[in-house]
Every structure is written in C-alpha cells, then in structure tokens.
Design a protein around this ligand. Structure first.
Ligand code: NAD
Ligand code: TDX
Length: 341
C-alpha cells in the first residue's frame, strides 16, 4: 500500500484530490488531516465510504498531533491545508501566517524527522504577483516572486521554507502553482460559487472595481490530476505551474454564469475595489505538460456546465455553507448584504 498524509482534505481542492486518489489509485491508503475551519466541511467527504480513507481532525501547526497521526513509512505528505481567501487576509493576516507559514514548516520538520519520501506543497500563481493587462506575458516557473496580498505573501513564504528544506536538509519536495480553481464544493466566498449561489437566491453579485481583472481558470479535477502527476513524476526540488490556458475577465465569467442560470445582469453590483487587487494572472503550463505529461481534460464550457449543475443539484450544501461566517465579512468590507435563508 502507498501511504499518504493529506492535509486540508475537507476543503474544496483537497476533498477533490482525496476523491481522485480513492477512485484512481487502488493501492493508496490515506490519512486526511484537517482542522475543519470555516472552510473545512465534512459534507465534502460524505460520499466517500472507502476503508482506505481515514479522516482525523487536527491542526497542522500542532507538531504533536501531526506526528501522532503521520503513518509509519509514509510515502508522501501533500499539503493543501491553508487559509485560502485573499479578502480575509486583507481583513486580518494572523491565521494566514499561522497556518500557511508555521504549519508548512511543522509538516516539513515532520517529513524530515520521519523520513517521509516526498513532500508536495500546493501553492498558487499569486506568489508571482500581477501581470500587465492585455499583453502576452505569462508566469513561468522562473518568474520572480512578487506577492501582493497577505495571502500571497504567506504562500510565498511557505514556498521559501519548502525550498530551504530541500536545499538544506535534502527533503524530497515538489511545489505546484495553480491559478483560480472552479468546480463543486467551493466555499461560496470565492467569486464563482458566490456568483452562482447569490444568483440562485436572486441576491446581488459584488463586482470589485471595473470587473476587468483577469484570472486563469482551471477545473478542480484537472488541477488535482496535475498534483497527482507531480507527486508521481515530478523531479525532486522542482516547481510546476499548472494552468489550463483559460484567461477570462471577471465580467465575462459572471455574464456566462448569469446567462446559463437565466438570471438578469441587473444583479451585478459594482462595489469598491479590493485593496491591492491583482490585475491579471496567466500561467504558462509548458513544463508540466512536458515533464509530467499532464494536460487539462475539461473545457471551460464543459467545466462550467458541470459546476453549475452540481450547485443546482446540491441546494442543501449551499444553504449550510451560506449560513456560515462570510456574510458579516462582506457587509463590513464591501457594504454588501447577503441573505442566509
Ligand atoms: P479551502 O479554504 O477550501 O480549504 C482549506 C482546508 O484547509 C479546509 O478544509 C480547512 O479546514 C483546512 N485547514 C485550514 N487551516 C488548517 C490547519 N491549521 N490545520 C489543518 N487544516 C487546516 O481551500 P482550497 O481552495 O481547497 O485550497 C487548497 C490549497 O490550494 C490551499 O493551499 C490554497 O492556497 C491552494 N490553492 C487554491 C486555489 C484556488 O483557486 N482555490 C488556487 C491555487 C492554490
Ligand atoms: O465578491 C467578489 N467580487 C469580485 O469581483 C469576489 C469574492 C471576487 N471578485 C473578484 C476578485 C478577483 O479578481 O473575482 C476574482 C476572483 O476572486 P477570488 O475568488 O477571491 O479569487 P482570487 O483572489 O483570484 O484568488 C484565488 O485564486 C488563487 C483563490 O482564492 C486563491 O486561494 C488562489 O491561490
């Protein structure tokens, strides 16, 4: 059996990765170690009945808990656990430093102490900052670090510690950097599920600034297959950018969603811009395509259709997450009222 320790596996991307592993790797047994913060949701794992999946509630910052739950002869730690929302990091950065930086170092120390064979850090294109609008530049693995938000700064710091563990102590590490994910089970504070959920409730949809910021969207399962390829085929000490060559302006995204849902554009509510709002992300995934033999399978159209369908088929999931903690945040930050019922 291949033994894996997955952190953050009750969140959006981590739970998709766990599902992928259980479906496609019959020799994998895994510990899913997650603190169940506001973003962690056991509903995301409810359909998984495999005896090869062991959920443990635990905090990656607490060394004793990590060591107590790390399997003997662990083949890899894959670190998804993070505070992941840029707006929250602008409101308050403390938890981002704690989980994203200190938690990553705790896991690296545990990997070294227990001779874990590989450490995969799930990172983000945001560590490389913002690209100029409407040109042909892309983020490559060699682009300089230029994190602009506290979230991005915490993920960049984490990457530095991963790199240091590799160079100083010889830990076998791989870092993946991805753009904006979309798909089922994404907490509806993020732009795409917020738009779908608000539109379904006929609530207004906050658009920051002029709505012309560009993001490079990838379907979550494609991202997860890229992480799996990096785990299995990545070169030790490497970084891989994972992207679907799918740049979209925010207004284009929201128009597609509203049109598909049959909702009017009058729901758009232009609000003040996010402080330090990055203008454009765009990923060059050539290295991952060549070295990992990885390609996204989903088109934007097929991915959006699957995503919308999932939210429409799972109203209970949306109601439960909407009654979570994000409404106050929107009200304070952007003056936007979001109903909870
Ligand atoms: P998410 O917010 O949906 O899930 C994060 C998970 O981590 C939650 O289940 C939460 O309970 C858990 N967690 C938080 N703090 C923890 C702690 N101290 N100990 C243990 N568990 C803890 O996030 P996501 O969107 O699934 O992102 C997963 C990873 O992918 C993150 O590292 C994020 O930076 C990265 N990433 C996300 C995107 C995106 O578009 N969502 C893009 C690129 C990279
Ligand atoms: O209400 C909104 N209105 C709006 O206009 C929200 C929540 C967002 N936006 C804009 C801001 C961004 O330009 O939409 C775009 C996407 O915003 P988010 O969903 O907050 O994502 P982003 O800030 O781009 O970061 C995401 O991608 C990189 C993830 O949240 C990160 O975890 C990941 O690392």
């Amino acid at each position: 059996m291949t033994k894996l320790f997955i952190t953050g596996g009750a969140g959006f991307i981590g739970s998709a990765f766990v599902r992928l592993l259980l479906n496609e790797r019959p020799d994998v047994e895994l510990i899913n170690f997650d603190a169940l913060t506001y973003a962690g949701n056991l509903d995301n794992l409810a359909d998984l009945e495999s005896k090869r999946h062991h959920f443990v509630r635990g905090d990656i910052v607490v060394r004793e808990d990590v060591l107590a739950n790390l399997p003997q002869d662990c083949d890899a730690i894959i670190n998804f656990a993070a505070e992941s929302h840029v707006d929250r990091s602008i409101a308050s950065a403390g938890e981002f430093l704690r989980t994203n930086i200190i938690g990553t170092q705790v896991l690296l120390d545990a990997a070294r102490e227990r001779n874990v064979r590989r450490f995969v850090q799930v990172s983000t294109d945001e560590v490389m900052g913002s690209l100029p609008e409407d040109d042909l530049s892309y983020f490559t693995e060699d682009s300089p670090f230029a994190p602009n938000s506290p979230y991005a700064a915490s993920k960049a710091a984490a990457e530095h510690f991963v790199r240091a563990a590799h160079h100083t102590f010889g830990v076998d590490t791989v870092i993946t950097r991805c753009g904006n994910n979309y798909g089922p089970r994404q907490f509806p504070e993020k732009f795409l599920p917020l738009t779908i959920s608000n539109a379904m409730h006929n609530d207004t949809i906050p658009i920051y600034g002029d709505g012309l910021n560009v993001r490079d969207w990838i379907y979550v399962d494609d991202h997860c297959r890229g992480i799996l390829a990096a785990l299995e085929k990545g070169k030790s000490g490497s970084v891989y950018n994972l992207g679907a060559r799918n740049e979209r302006k925010n207004l284009e995204v929201v128009h597609s969603l509203l049109d598909t849902l049959g909702k009017p554009r009058t729901l758009l509510n232009f609000v003040k811009d996010r402080p330090g709002h990055d203008r454009r992300y765009a990923i060059d995934p050539s290295l991952a395509e060549t070295e990992l033999d990885w390609r996204p399978l989903e088109s934007w159209e097929s991915g959006l259709a699957k995503t919308i369908d999932w939210y429409q088929q799972n109203p209970t999931w949306i109601e439960r997450t909407r009654s979570g903690a994000y409404q106050d945040y929107y009200k304070n930050q952007y003056g936007v009222e979001v109903r909870t019922t």
